[in-house]
Write a new protein. Structure first.
Length: 446
């Protein structure tokens, strides 16, 4: 990132310093997404729920019959309902006060604390696990919304694809590093003098401690901007309605967001349910799942950076559309994976890793061009509703399909529709006109 003509060197240096601090929030919180949501919590919380289930395999939270195998998916969906109420309220408050950093700190340490407390999830405490998952997921949604809303403020239009891709790469690198430690502890738990379940609980709690510790870096480098909007903030659902009404003034931005919500719902459901599919349907061991997710993390670093370069050649929209085709093919292949065949699961994980980071990073940077100036946090609150494992329709469909059929293969194949529909919706969005209509400069290639 060089200095733009006429731009003071000190200003460019300050911007780069803030960008480097921004990358580290992805480094901090992505370990939660990787170790907790993707690898350990799904199978572990399911086993805890199964230990509390009746003879028919059902648990009864608050008197509601729920198949134990669906409890994790339902908890993920419920966390989104909480986030839907909270995110627009926090986003509007951030834009109106200009004080994003204290709100980011509150969200980060709420999520980190809930994740650390997962160490106490044992026996048949499935309700505790569900509650901690809902709190942690909701807090991560709020934190990521605030984090994402910094992007248009810390990077000019021509830098955003690269900056966003680097942020994702930082996150996947952290996830890889911690997963190596998780794998060592899990496989050698006897040598460390702990049981297998205790090793899992340590891995869960470590993600929370990591999240809290490394959040100190972005909090020391990011800075608040002066508020550009005035007026009171409405209660959560009313604020969401107000945000949607404002978006109707920018229908092309809303069209992109709809496409993103659809295809990213599929992405996030694959992320959150893949370990459950591997363990319950394919009969794979926990160590195999950890290695597969580690493979995804390593390849996602390269994939995010490579797709950032492709976006510079072909534009972000075309690159995202290509990734959706790859997602559809990969997921369809996953339906036919044989049980007890780790090698084929690793091949599938490789395909996911190569497109995962790039499709998410480029979606974030493309959306940042479509946000009207001064409304970054509020608009990213709507964006975040379907980001980083916070999707609700996909997990709900996955859980219902399994509850009705008892087959995780049927549940996983049902997600293909999200990628196909998302492709069609995104292809119809004229992004250059959408950027201009939002009041932003149009990059040379988008």
């Amino acid at each position: 990132m060089g200095v733009e003509p006429g731009q003071p060197a000190a200003e460019a240096s300050d911007r780069r310093r803030e960008q480097r601090g921004w990358y580290f929030y992805d480094w901090a919180c992505s370990v939660y997404s990787t170790s907790v949501l993707t690898v350990f919590l799904g199978p572990y919380l399911t086993s805890v729920a199964e230990s509390a289930a009746d003879a028919d395999g059902f648990v009864h939270p608050f008197g509601i019959p729920v198949r134990a195998g669906s409890f994790f998916a339902y908890s993920v969906s419920l966390s989104v309902i909480v986030a839907v109420v909270v995110m627009p309220l926090v986003g509007a408050a951030a834009d109106r006060t200009g004080r994003k950093k204290p709100l980011l700190a509150a969200a980060a340490y709420t999520g980190a604390t809930a994740t650390t407390c997962m160490f106490f999830l044992d026996g048949d405490r499935y309700l505790l696990g569900g509650a901690l998952l809902i709190i942690a997921n909701g807090a991560q949604s709020v934190g990521m919304m605030l984090y994402n809303s910094y992007l248009p403020q810390i990077a000019p239009p021509e830098e955003r694809d690269a900056v966003s891709s680097r942020g994702w790469a930082f996150g996947y690198a952290a996830g890889s590093l911690v997963l190596v430690g998780n794998l060592v502890l899990y496989l050698a738990h006897d040598r460390f003098g702990v049981s297998e379940t205790t090793a899992v609980r340590i891995c869960l709690a470590t993600a929370g401690l990591w999240w809290g510790a490394f959040t100190l870096i972005p909090l020391s480098r990011l800075r608040d901007r002066a508020a550009t909007r005035e007026g009171p903030t409405a209660p959560g659902l009313r604020q969401l309605a107000a945000t949607v009404r404002d978006m109707r003034r920018h229908p092309l931005t809303l069209s992109f967001l709809l496409a993103y919500l659809v295809y990213n719902d599929g992405i996030q459901t694959v992320i959150s349910q893949a370990s459950l599919y591997g363990s319950q349907e394919l009969g794979l061991s926990q160590s195999t799942l950890i290695v597969a997710v580690l493979l995804v993390q390593v390849l996602a670093v390269a994939g995010a950076l490579a797709m950032g370069r492709l976006a510079r050649l072909y534009g972000a929209k075309r690159t995202i559309l290509g990734s959706l085709v790859a997602w559809t093919v990969t997921l369809a292949a996953g339906y036919f994976l044989p049980a007890n065949a780790p090698l084929w699961f690793f091949v599938l994980a490789s395909g996911i890793g190569l497109v995962l980071g790039g499709s998410q990073a480029l979606s974030r940077s493309l959306f940042s061009h479509l946000v009207p100036p001064g409304k970054e946090a509020e608009y990213f609150s709507a964006y975040e509703m379907s980001d980083r494992g916070m999707s609700w329709l996909g997990p709900l469909l996955f859980g219902i399909t399994y509850q009705l059929t008892g087959s995780y293969r049927d549940a996983i194949i049902s997600l293909v529709a999200f990628f196909a529909i998302g492709f069609v919706l995104l292809a119809r969005v004229p992004v250059r006109r959408a950027i201009g209509d939002a009041g932003n400069p149009v990059p040379e290639r988008i």
